[in-house]
Design a protein around this ligand. Structure first.
Ligand code: UT7
Length: 355
């Protein structure tokens, strides 16, 4: 089997910068609270009626395709990871194909729904296809337009202040070079805590999960409508159509699972943490990344943090950071790079790459 490499990287963030002070104007929050608890100073929001998770993913994909030195018609498989798709269905994969003007209908488009871990899950899928020789140019994209689906009242402040919009992309190709490539990928899940970080309605659950807590019910389970309609007036009136999160519970799990899944990648590949050039964690919260850094004993230059300027861009956060790190010259051929993510599901994952 061949090794797979990331042959091209790209990213896109929308123009509009939203500072913490801007959020102070619409909800009861403060710049100090946001910085102290999350490290976030600002985030970007896409333009309504112009930009979507697909279009931002497409701009990132164009850069990745150019960076890989190929043409869009060379792409033989598309993978799109997002939790903020343009439509409930069809998924963003086909929309991206259309947005890029890829007319080749011989190719497939796969949608990944693993939230913050979506990009690393997608990379693992791409790796398997490329290693086995099935595909030669897999386009993997993470794109998010969170700003269209957040609760900008004080009720939603713990979630809303965190998220930002953007897109990131890579092209995965085979290589003859035995010393380079994706060395190992690891994926995990635990559905027990599915509702701890979730966007529940609209959904086809039809009230099935009414055994859950008052808080969860308030955020999305219809109490008096038994599945006859997908979106009810009650959901609209009571602000159920938003994501919710039990922040501290998610945080406590994240700081355990991040180091675990990173060390799993080193142990399984036989590589030493001492040789790590760069860890790119999913940008969930600067405090989580700092905890992981400390736990693993990494120097500041061994971890990439950009959450301060983009917030948490979920499936897009790792490829945006990776593209920035490559552009900055921090990641070079032969370097050992680790990607790791934890999020809703819960799902968590890692990848170790010899660049
Ligand atoms: O990317 C996917 C994975 N996601 C994560 O890993 C996120 C993990 N969780 C977190 O990052 C943190 O839990 C948050 C940043 C979401 C919240 O920080 P926290 O320190 O856990 O705060 P909390 O939810 O425990 O809330 C503490 C207080 C509460 O007030 P009381 O009850 O103590 O009076 C909240 O109502 O802070 C209040 N609060 C806020 N105050 C000002 C919550 N959000 C805000 C806000 N501004 N935006």
């Amino acid at each position: 089997m061949k090794n797979s490499i990331i042959a091209g990287v790209g990213h896109f963030v929308p123009e509009t910068v939203v500072k913490n002070a801007d959020l102070e104007k619409v909800m009861d929050t403060s710049n100090e609270w946001i910085i102290e608890r999350t490290g976030i100073e600002e985030r970007r929001y896409g333009k309504k009626h112009e930009e979507t998770s697909t279009t931002m993913g497409a701009r990132a994909a164009e850069m990745a395709i150019e960076n890989a030195g190929i043409n869009k018609e060379d792409i033989d498989f598309i993978i799109f990871a997002t939790l903020s798709p343009d439509y409930y269905f069809p998924g963003n994969g086909v929309l991206l194909q259309r947005e890029l003007g890829i007319t080749n209908t011989e190719i497939g488009a796969l949608d990944i729904r693993n939230q913050c871990s979506g990009f690393v899950y997608g990379l693992s899928v791409a790796d398997q296809f490329v290693k086995t020789g099935m595909y030669k140019n897999v386009l993997l994209v993470g794109g998010e337009m969170h700003s269209m689906g957040l609760d900008f009242s004080t009720r939603g402040r713990n979630v809303t202040v965190i998220f930002g919009d953007g897109g990131g992309a890579v092209v995965v190709q085979p290589t003859e070079d035995k010393n380079r490539g994706i060395l190992t990928t690891h994926m995990h899940s635990n559905g027990t805590f599915a509702e701890k970080l979730a966007f529940i309605s609209p959904g086809a659950h039809s009230g099935y999960y009414q055994k859950y807590t008052e808080e969860e019910i308030n955020y999305g389970f219809p109490q008096d409508v038994l599945g006859e309609v997908f979106v009810t007036q009650k959901m609209v009136d009571e602000g159920m159509l938003y994501p919710h999160m039990e922040g501290q519970f998610v945080f406590k799990n994240a700081v355990v699972k991040f180091p675990e899944v990173i060390m799993e990648a080193f142990e399984k590949s036989g590589e030493s943490l001492d040789n790590l050039k760069l860890l790119i964690p999913h940008q969930a919260n600067l405090r989580i990344s700092q905890f992981v850094q400390k736990r693993l004993g990494l120097k500041d230059e061994q971890i990439w943090n950009n959450i301060q300027k983009y917030g948490n861009t979920t499936a897009a956060s790792i490829p945006i950071a990776l593209s920035e790190a490559v552009q900055a010259g921090t990641v070079k051929k032969g370097d050992l790079v680790c990607l790791a993510a934890f999020g809703s599901g819960f799902t968590w994952a890692s990848a170790l790459i010899r660049w």
